[in-house]
Design a protein around this ligand. Structure first.
Ligand SMILES: [Zn+2]
Length: 382
């Protein structure tokens, strides 16, 4: 009898604590620098920039959070929210926009609009018209009260519409879900794209930020951003090698060495999930099999000049599945992507024990929305 009573008390206590946690989410507003602030609802973070003419806000997070925030902003700053920017279409970051619909214009990448329209969790963006504005890479500028925010899209990393939200005066970058500070990527990499390492490299090469503000976890620096990019590149390469060797996902989890990152947050919990997720992404992208193909890094001068193109490299494949005797067969425009093509081909891996001569592979280099990839030549050269 006594035993049952104890159990009941414990159960009642745990219910009580859950109820409190649900009723009172952790919310805060913290100044990042200058007029830039970060706000929090539990594990999610958004940002806003205050100007004399109103507020530019990114990611309202939830309906309840947006209502709380609207009250706080009116009280502390006395200006309305004029722009709501969505980092990407995922509802856990962008719900609650309707709270600001009386005063705000909504901005997102064009790929986010149909997804938001279909789910109906927040108002559909009014502005999705990212343009090529010189210097390269500034895809959309939102300005208000003499201040500005720059929105960039270099390709798919996490979702096909996640943008980089940059505050140039503050040299701060709000980058949601595709990076974290000294923490592994989330669980099994939901909505991950294999282009992520290349996209992240373009971001840190082109955007002159010092402060990194992720959508989850603590604020960091450009150094943290680069470390995260390296982790993804590493994980991707190791999983590709495991696939080529024909390892099952369980064997790969035992073989792959990521110990360098064991001090990072969630290493114990998410390491195996990261490997499982990368397996899933590779197997969904058929063009990466049976061999591992990487695009290689985008030549910076070509990216600055807004140049797209392609290169066909030719090579032999040895017994171990490695590429040998690599040379350029054709390219357009001439020379621009040759070195990148050769460097990438050095990393290609084929299934072993099937040596082949004179293999040709065409790789395209494309900057979404900036330039068109020139068509292949008419002659049958592929
Ligand atoms: Zn997301």
């Amino acid at each position: 009898m006594k035993k049952i009573l104890v159990v009941l008390v414990a159960a009642a206590l745990s219910w009580a604590s859950v109820a409190i946690a649900q009723d009172q989410p952790v919310r805060s507003i913290v100044n990042v620098t200058g007029d830039l602030y970060r706000f929090q609802e539990n594990n999610h973070y958004g940002v806003f920039l205050v100007t004399d003419e109103g507020i530019i806000l990114a990611d309202p997070i939830s309906h309840d959070n947006a209502q709380w925030l609207k009250g706080q902003l009116a009280e502390q700053f006395g200006v309305p929210v004029k722009y709501v920017i969505y980092s990407h279409d995922h509802a856990d970051h962008t719900s609650g926009g309707e709270v600001f619909a009386d005063t705000a214009t909504f901005v997102a990448h064009e790929n986010a609009a149909p997804k938001i329209a279909a789910s109906g969790h927040t108002p559909v963006p009014d502005e999705t018209d990212f343009k090529n504005i010189k210097p390269f890479g500034i895809k959309k500028i939102v300005s208000l009260g003499g201040k500005r925010v720059e929105l960039y899209f270099f390709g798919s990393s996490h979702s096909d519409n996640l943008i980089s939200i940059y505050f140039p005066k503050e040299r701060a970058l709000f980058q949601v879900d595709s990076v974290a500070v000294d923490r592994l990527p989330y669980r099994d990499l939901p909505d991950y794209y294999l282009s992520a390492p290349n996209v992240l490299r373009l971001i840190y090469n082109f955007i002159d930020f010092k402060i990194l503000i992720p959508g989850h976890g603590p604020i960091g620096t450009k150094k943290h951003f680069i470390s995260h990019q390296k982790y993804l590149e590493n994980l991707q390469m190791k999983v590709a090698n495991a696939l080529i060797k024909g390892l099952t996902v369980e064997e790969a989890k035992k073989k792959i060495n990521l110990k360098k990152y064991k001090k990072w947050g969630q290493y114990e919990n998410w390491r195996d999930l990261n490997i499982e997720g990368m397996y899933r992404v590779f197997l969904e992208e058929e063009e990466y099999l049976p061999f591992h193909k990487v695009a290689g890094s985008y030549p910076l001068s070509a990216a600055r000049n807004g140049q797209c193109g392609w290169v066909i490299v030719q090579y032999d494949v040895d017994e171990e599945g490695r590429t040998k005797n690599i040379r350029v067969f054709d390219s357009e425009p001439k020379k621009i992507f040759d070195k990148a093509g050769i460097n990438a081909a050095k990393k290609y891996r084929y299934i072993p024990n099937n040596p082949t001569k004179n293999v040709k592979t065409r790789t395209t280099y494309e900057l979404a929305g900036i330039c068109e990839v020139p068509p292949p030549r008419d002659i049958n050269n592929e």
